[in-house]
Design a binder for this molecule. Structure first.
Ligand SMILES: NC(=O)c1ccc[n+]([C@@H]2O[C@H](COP(=O)([O-])OP(=O)(O)OC[C@H]3O[C@@H](n4cnc5c(N)ncnc54)[C@H](OP(=O)(O)O)[C@@H]3O)[C@@H](O)[C@H]2O)c1
Length: 395
């Protein structure tokens, strides 16, 4: 099978996706990596064992994207640029009849708000064109959606409570840094918390709800904070029996201390300010000062643990279950030159593309991960570097 893949965005995640696709030539026979800064693509390409093509593209410019797609003729595009580019790349896919995959849902640049509405609105047009979009094929969203679908398929008749818990127990030794794109990361963590309960969404102050969770594999007790995350929106749509769905993330006291000060002085704002005759966005300026997440790879030690804690009913009895992956920052760096945050996002993006290109997951329209059979994806996770474990806490 000859398949061409175009990866857009040569950042932390793009590097892992490109690396992983290059190790599966039987699925990804030709690879092109394109980004705004072509030298970043060339740097990544120079580290691979097989040749790939590189190109410069501004993914906010639809005609430029369309021209690139016409010249390379990819079978699918993996979008690892920023959420701001999602709709532009989807427009170019529609115009050229190309399948689409991403890892984060669309966010407007001038409003820190993310939801699936904008991308779901493309469903009819993708369906009519006979092409497929697979949304959120990272870890969370992505694997967490597949974990939920797997739990529902094999272990539950009904899921009643879903807690998605993202723990980064790693340490990069820097005073303050984010482990993926700082602008997107800070917009996400400084937003209000939101969870779903008994048919309605409930809001909480930013990082105002916390508790301690005991993580497996020697990680132990860590404080987790309630946040809003996009997969909650699609999971309650596709598993309407869910009564409560929440998302939690760990943060170190040091990270929170820095974030609080930066917020208090206005450095995390996305409202432009006038400075010496120029309009600057404080958060974008802050991004320029912070360490590039890509530079954290060799510095980060420890591991991540991301999983789903599920309660519900099986055969009329209450069941409680936890499914998770442990990923070592050092092992990820040794394999692909990136820390575990980029690794845990890039591997599922590659597997999502594999599902689509091999016809294992197929459909015309716009889809979330949990709409497909989880089993083949779960099998590939074990084979491509993200093995998972499950624990029955009550059955
Ligand atoms: N689902 C998950 O689990 C998960 C987890 C982490 C991250 N993510 C998502 O993954 C994506 C990538 O994150 P990252 O940490 O890799 O970010 P990153 O390191 O900042 O990389 C983003 C890349 O996108 C490129 N880019 C930005 N605007 C562009 C444009 N207009 N045209 C072409 N290229 C453009 C940038 O290219 P240049 O440098 O060439 O300008 C940059 O290299 C984000 O959407 C993030 O939200 C998902």
């Amino acid at each position: 099978m000859a398949n061409k893949v175009l990866i857009i965005g040569a950042g932390g995640v793009g590097q892992v996706v490109t690396h992983k696709c290059s190790t599966v030539p039987e699925v990804f026979s030709e690879i092109m990596l394109a980004s705004r800064t072509v030298s970043k693509c060339e740097k990544i390409a120079s580290k691979l064992a097989r040749p790939i093509k590189t190109a410069r593209v501004d993914a906010d410019n639809v005609p430029e994207l369309v021209a690139l797609i016409h010249s390379f003729k990819p079978d699918c595009i993996i979008n690892t640029a920023l959420p701001y580019q999602d709709l532009h790349i989807m427009d170019a896919c529609l115009e050229t009849g190309t399948d689409y995959i991403d890892t984060a849902n669309y966010e407007p640049v001038d409003e820190a708000k993310f939801c699936y509405k904008w991308q779901w609105e493309y469903h009819e047009r993708f369906r009519e064109k006979g092409i497929m979009a697979l949304l959120g094929s990272g870890f969370d969203p992505g694997v967490t959606n597949v974990f939920t679908a797997y739990a529902r398929k094999h272990h539950f008749d009904e899921i009643h409570e879903l807690d998605i818990i993202d723990c980064n127990a790693g340490d990069h030794g820097q005073p303050f840094a984010t482990n993926f794109n700082p602008e997107i990361n800070i917009r996400e963590v400084s937003a209000k918390g939101r969870f779903y309960e008994n048919g309605t969404w409930k809001e909480t102050g930013p990082l105002s709800v916390s508790r301690v969770y005991d993580f497996p594999d020697g990680i132990g007790n860590k404080k987790i904070y309630l946040m809003y995350h996009e997969e909650l929106e699609s999971l309650i749509k596709h598993f309407p029996e869910i009564k409560r769905a929440r998302f939690w993330m760990t943060f170190s006291d040091n990270y929170l201390k820095h974030l609080e000060v930066l917020q208090n002085v206005g450095m995390t704002s996305i409202e432009p300010v006038e400075y010496k005759g120029q309009r600057i966005v404080p958060l974008q300026f802050l991004k320029a000062l912070l360490p590039d997440p890509g530079s954290l790879g060799p510095l980060t030690k420890g591991k991540t643990c991301i999983g789903c804690h599920v309660k519900g009913i099986k055969d009329g009895r209450e069941r409680e279950y936890y499914i998770f992956n442990i990923c070592s920052h050092e092992a990820a760096y040794k394999e692909v030159g990136s820390q575990a945050i980029s690794y845990t996002t890039g591997v599922p993006a590659m597997i999502g593309a594999m599902m689509l290109l091999t016809g294992t997951w197929r459909g015309a329209g716009v889809f979330n991960m949990e709409e497909f059979d989880p089993d083949p994806f779960m099998d590939k996770l074990n084979k491509h570097g993200l093995p998972w474990k499950e624990i029955f806490l009550k059955e």
